[in-house]
Write a protein that binds this ligand. Structure first.
Ligand SMILES: [Zn+2]
Length: 405
């Protein structure tokens, strides 16, 4: 989830930053300029947190503002957002004004329509889907959450951030064992050490279906590399849910028509950096991604609704498809819509690259897990189990099979 700044937070952060003498040296040094997009209601906060002379408002459209800022201000902004507003990322970084402007104009509907890729949203795989849904195992999901949240943190710049992603790689390589059409590998990023991880099941066609979430975690203000950030819900739960879908399909010998990719993105917490690089890479290579499901926080049952689809930065037609899947295969699951109000997770990277993406979330935004980005984001907050996440694993396995055939 990503940031929106309230007035209280502004006053608090301004006084904190004004009086905080121990601003890391690197904030003062690098003067590289970058462009960001963020929710317009966060502009004032951004100016306060980064310093009025380090950030400049450029243009605003549909509640989204382009700003030019000094690269050195990135950490300060995401620190403020995570600690005060319990939000991930909160802005999208662009390396050029053109890329930022493309973001403003880009709606996945328009860009996807331009590619005129036909996607079949009919539901006709009942037998297979029900068989796979019956195999969803709470213990499997819980054990992955427990393993990932046992690392001190999974911060994109820390040693444990690299180790936890390497563990995920080995876990996914184990799942792919014995399949000549499946392999797991890392997607390396030049600007930071934590890799993204991809598990690919090659299909008869190169059309791609993506299910994934971010593998990094964050907590604290300074010294994040050493902070305690178990991130059990944000986002070990999404990675564990993704892993369960892959486990069921691979162990069941499922042979896909399309190519299925499971992804654990690096560096979401600091601006969707990992997913953005991958989505832009896929776009540049002319890949056809027919659908993306983002699983970011699936294990805190905060609302009366079980699954809440974010309607902004997502694809309406695909959201409706997922709604039909829930009505047909999980009639007991109560679902609905809400808005993030900004690019709140990695689905936004795929949307701005022109691919249809959806973000089914654990609760209405106002009811989401308030312990995220702290040392207390542990599975105890979900009664020590992964029951809530099982609903997402069932929805996601149905999404893959129905979209694939
Ligand atoms: Zn998150």
């Amino acid at each position: 989830m990503k940031f929106v700044v309230s007035l209280l937070g502004l006053v608090f952060s301004a006084s904190l930053l004004a009086h905080s003498t121990n601003i890391p040296q690197e904030i003062k040094e690098s003067e590289k300029e970058i462009w960001i997009t963020l929710g317009s209601d966060a502009v004032l906060g951004a100016q306060k947190s980064v310093g009025i002379d380090s950030i400049e408002e450029y243009t605003t459209q549909d509640g989204i503002t382009i700003m030019k800022m000094k690269e050195s201000g990135i950490e300060a902004m995401s620190h403020l957002m995570h600690d005060q507003f319990k939000r991930c990322g909160g802005f999208v970084r662009h390396d050029s004004l053109e890329a930022a402007q493309a973001e403003l104009g880009a709606t996945s509907e328009r860009l996807f329509a331009e590619k005129s890729v036909l996607v079949d949203y009919s539901l006709d795989q009942e037998e297979l889907v029900n068989e796979y849904i019956s195999q969803v195992n709470e213990f499997q999901i819980r054990s992955v959450i427990q393993k990932l949240s046992s690392y001190k943190n999974r911060y994109y710049k820390s040693q444990t951030g690299v180790e936890s992603s390497n563990w995920l790689l080995s876990k996914w390589q184990d799942l792919a064992k014995g399949r000549t059409d499946a392999r797991a590998y890392t997607y390396k990023h030049n600007r930071w050490p934590q890799p993204s991880v991809i598990l690919e099941i090659k299909g008869k066609s190169d059309e791609v279906i993506v299910v994934g979430g971010h593998a990094d975690s964050v907590a604290g203000w300074f010294g994040r590399e050493n902070a305690k950030a178990p991130g059990a819900d944000d986002n070990a739960s999404g990675i564990a849910t993704t892993t369960e879908v892959a486990r069921i399909l691979l162990e069941s010998g499922y042979v896909p028509e399309k190519t299925i990719m499971f992804m654990g993105y690096a560096a979401e917490e600091v601006g969707l950096l990992g997913s953005k690089e991958i989505a832009q890479d896929f776009k540049a290579k002319g890949k056809t991604v027919v659908g993306v499901m983002q699983l970011d926080m699936t294990n805190f049952n905060g609302s009366d609704l079980d699954i809440v689809m974010m309607s902004d930065y997502t694809n309406a037609a695909q959201n409706a498809f997922i709604g039909n899947i829930l009505d047909k295969y999980l009639p007991g699951v109560k679902w609905g819509y809400d808005r993030c109000g900004y690019a709140c997770s990695d689905h936004a990277s795929w949307t701005s690259a022109g691919f249809p993406a959806s973000m089914p979330f654990e609760a209405k935004k106002a009811d989401m897990n308030s312990r995220i980005h702290t040392a207390n984001d542990t599975i105890a907050r979900s009664n020590g189990n992964a029951e809530h996440a099982t609903k997402f694993a069932k929805m996601a396995v149905a999404f893959v099979v129905e979209l694939d055939r």
